[in-house]
Design a protein around this ligand. Structure first.
Ligand SMILES: Cc1cc2nc3c(=O)[nH]c(=O)nc-3n(C[C@H](O)[C@H](O)[C@H](O)COP(=O)(O)OP(=O)(O)OC[C@H]3O[C@@H](n4cnc5c(N)ncnc54)[C@H](O)[C@@H]3O)c2cc1C
Length: 276
């Protein structure tokens, strides 16, 4: 049934806020947001970016077999983002976009967009972000997954032990986390080095105390090489079962999303098959 598929929505930029030198928060809204699910912070969304900020992206219809595009029409660029905040009463959604330069259509749009500019959105969707019955939660990421990690912390019970490890390009990218009584947060700077070659997160994960008896839910997302190395370490050396891990490579150093998309799915499928 196509009715279950979230329909594409055309939204407009209502507000823009500088979170850090390399992250900008876009508040998007409009009547088209009506019906977007409350409480979906942390969920995946697809955004359709036009070639140039200010242009209106063409949106697909949704048929029985997924997105249906008009023939011969130029399609917008599709990228995956996270619901940072949703306020259905105000018809507003916040999305935090990493500004990493001009070469990617999403980052390029985010560097130039102004109030009133249109953007396409579909979703929300995605797997479970954490396992609610765990005793301890280990959250690992980078600026691209900051909205995810923020949303997960905000949903966790006050009794949970929470360890958060976030790698940033430099100290100016550190951001506030939600208050939590048992939160142990470490921000690791890679001092401008390339994300794909960095081992800082993996080393910090190795140093985390791990008591085998506890049940641990892992939420892990960020640069591909780092996510794969940490995921494999946790599975092999710490015995974390697949069902206790949300482990999603969000982007790959020096690869654009059009080239990386299929590899991401191969990486995730291979992990699922290994767990069977
Ligand atoms: C489920 C999911 C949720 C996500 N949520 C968010 C989110 O909330 N906020 C967010 O900012 N990103 C998020 N991402 C990551 C985002 O989709 C990618 O970073 C995407 O590649 C950005 O597209 P682009 O057009 O800017 O760059 P692309 O055209 O894909 O890439 C161009 C170049 O930029 C590099 N690049 C891409 N992303 C980054 C980055 N983050 N830092 C440094 N260099 C980069 C690439 O390696 C490539 O060399 C999410 C990804 C997934 C899968």
């Amino acid at each position: 049934m196509s009715a279950a598929r979230p329909r594409p929505r055309l939204l407009r930029v209502l507000r823009i806020a500088e979170r850090t030198p390399q992250m900008r928060r876009f508040t998007l809204g409009g009547d088209d947001l009506a019906g977007f699910p409350r409480g979906s912070e942390g969920a995946h969304i697809k955004l359709w970016f036009p070639d140039a900020a200010g242009e209106t992206p063409l949106l697909p219809g949704f048929g029985e077999r997924g997105p249906a595009w008009p023939e011969h029409a130029p399609r917008p660029h599709v990228r995956t983002y996270t619901v940072a905040r949703i306020d259905p009463d105000a018809n507003e959604i916040d999305v935090d976009i990493v500004l990493h330069g001009d070469e990617g259509p999403a980052s390029r749009w985010a560097l130039r967009a102004s109030l009133g500019d249109p953007l396409g959105l579909a979703g929300p969707g995605g797997p479970n972000l954490f396992q609610g019955d765990a005793q301890r939660f280990v959250l690992i990421g980078d600026p691209s997954s900051y909205p995810l990690l923020y949303a997960v912390i905000a949903k966790l019970p006050a009794t949970a032990q929470v360890d958060v490890l976030i790698e940033v390009p430099d100290a100016s990218e550190v951001q506030p986390l939600p208050p939590h009584p048992r939160l142990n947060a470490q921000w690791l700077s890679r001092h401008g080095a390339a994300a794909g070659a960095s081992r800082r997160l993996l080393e910090a994960v190795r140093r985390l105390p791990w008591n085998g008896a506890e049940s641990v839910s892992v939420t892990l997302a960020g640069e591909s090489a780092q996510v794969v190395a940490i995921r494999d370490f946790l599975a092999a050396e710490r015995g974390v079962p697949r069902r206790m891990m949300y482990a999603v490579p969000y982007w790959k150093d020096r690869w654009d999303e059009d080239r990386y998309h299929d590899e991401r799915h191969r990486i995730m499928d291979a992990f699922d098959e290994a767990a069977v």
